[in-house]
Design a protein around this ligand. Structure first.
Ligand SMILES: *Cc1c(COP(=O)(O)O)cnc(C)c1O
Length: 453
């Protein structure tokens, strides 16, 4: 046990393998289905838009998957990422709880997303692909893929959700600095975008719409593949570097966490931190509570239905079984654009159904309140998405105080908020609102879920 606040690993402790929780599941994941036939899809259905190496990881049941050397070399730019103990926050909360956080904002684009952008660019380059198309919400994924694409000499085109495109001009500038092209979605460049604009000329866009545009471009061009920043199994596998490092760092600190927390949009940073801990729970019977924190305005895990649905609004993707608000549901605009997705990673949804994880919905204003307290004690200004994890960590620490329990809490600080200062400006000006989603719209979207036998 030490008094340190910062736990650093040497470069040679960057993991050599990723962790795949599929190997430790008590029940297998329901397979993705072809929307036309209703039958499980095969590799050939995905090969027009993904390289075979990633399709292989998508269906792999191997526990450990080797991280290619060139990927580990690039990981060295920011990994191993630091783990901190938030002693000043603990003191401010006057809690007996120990609060730790893993900080992923040290990557060049400022979030956990390059952990998967780099291997995705690597495998596509190896497969002879020239261009990648993708979507982005707040711009974190777009800038991460722009960064990774540039390192491997791939052209990157990003469809950015229109509301964020207007709210976050500096994220767009960052993508362009890394050499990518960024287009506001819905756009007039694709059939999917045109169809939405014909119905809703003022559409603020959504991740579901932007995914349709990016998939369409990849499907129509043989030299172009599609890249997704969250949700899919291979993305969750790549993000496991977060939790693998954190297990070693918690050992350095001398504590095993009672509670592990991550914010969940598509589920990748949450899974990245939590799954390696859950693996130990499943294999070694170590006890740990795991909580996914999501926005009350887009409450996929807490209010969505566990059902087969499309991953995108234009219905170009396979059907996957997940917690969903319905692929036609457009969440209200709020600042944590990275959490504005109608669905959830099938693997995260499956674990929720198995009772292995909990979910909690939190409102934007209390999240910013916790984030400002965090910035004023720990110094780091969190991304709006990450504030959701901080809120739940603070609530857990306050619960420990009320119960007089000295538990250990670990959360993922998935990114910094340096490109999101407008959100903080709005918060201080009292302009940030807690907008509710439209219940009638949600019910309509759920009623329109595809029928699967
Ligand atoms: C994209 C993003 C998220 C949400 O995506 P997940 O796949 O759920 O992790 C959370 N935090 C940050 C900083 C992001 O950029």
């Amino acid at each position: 046990m030490s008094d340190s606040v910062k736990y650093l690993l040497p470069e040679d402790r960057i993991p050599k393998t990723w962790y795949n929780i599929a190997a430790d599941l008590p029940q297998p994941l329901p397979p993705p289905l072809h929307p036309g036939t209703g039958k499980p899809i095969g590799p050939d259905d995905l090969s027009p838009i993904f390289p075979m190496a990633l399709i292989g990881q998508e269906v792999s049941a191997e526990r450990e998957i080797e991280i290619p050397r060139p990927v580990r070399e690039i990981y060295k730019l920011w990994r191993p990422a630091p783990l901190f103990r938030a002693r000043r926050l603990e003191k401010a909360l006057d809690t007996p709880a120990r609060i730790f956080y893993k900080y992923e904002g040290v990557s060049p684009p400022g979030s956990h997303k390059p952990n998967t952008a780099v291997p995705q660019a690597f495998y596509n380059k190896e497969a002879g692909i020239k261009k990648l198309s993708t979507e982005t919400g707040a711009g974190q994924w777009g800038s991460s893929l722009a960064f990774a694409g540039q390192l491997f000499g791939l052209e990157v085109k990003v469809y950015m959700v229109k509301v964020s495109y207007n709210q976050k001009p500096y994220r767009r500038a960052l993508m362009e600095t890394y050499g990518a092209t960024c287009i506001a979605s819905p756009s007039t460049e694709t059939d999917a975008g045109k169809a939405i604009l014909a119905q809703h000329p003022d559409s603020p866009g959504s991740l579901g719409i932007a995914i349709s545009e990016a998939v369409e471009v990849a499907a129509k061009n043989p030299d172009t593949n599609y890249s997704l920043g969250s949700v899919l199994n291979h993305v969750l596998i790549h993000q496991s570097v977060i939790g693998i490092e954190a297990i070693e760092q918690m050992e350095m600190a001398g504590f095993w966490p009672d509670v592990v927390i991550g914010c969940a949009g598509g589920g990748s940073n949450f899974a990245g931190l939590a799954f390696p801990f859950l693996g130990k729970k499943l294999r070694e019977k170590k006890s740990v509570r795991v909580i996914a924190s999501e926005p009350a305005a887009c409450p996929t895990l807490t209010r969505g239905k566990y059902a087969y649905d499309f991953g995108d609004t234009g219905h170009l993707t396979p059907l996957v079984k997940m917690h969903t608000l319905g692929s036609t549901f457009i969440p209200p605009s709020f600042h944590a654009g990275g959490l504005r997705y109608h669905g959830m990673a099938p693997m995260v949804s499956h674990l929720k159904e198995l009772g292995l994880i909990e979910a909690r919905a939190v409102r934007q204003l209390p999240c910013f309140e916790a984030a400002v307290q965090f910035a004023r004690t720990e110094g780091i200004v969190p991304a709006p998405e990450s504030t959701h994890a901080i809120r739940v960590a603070v609530d857990e620490a306050l619960r420990c105080k009320a119960e007089g329990k000295a538990q250990t809490i670990l959360f993922n600080l998935s990114g910094h908020g340096h490109f999101d200062m407008q959100a903080y400006t709005d918060y201080f000006a009292g302009k940030l609102e807690d907008r509710d989603y439209d219940e009638a719209e949600l019910q309509a979207a759920l009623a329109a879920l595809p029928q699967v036998a």
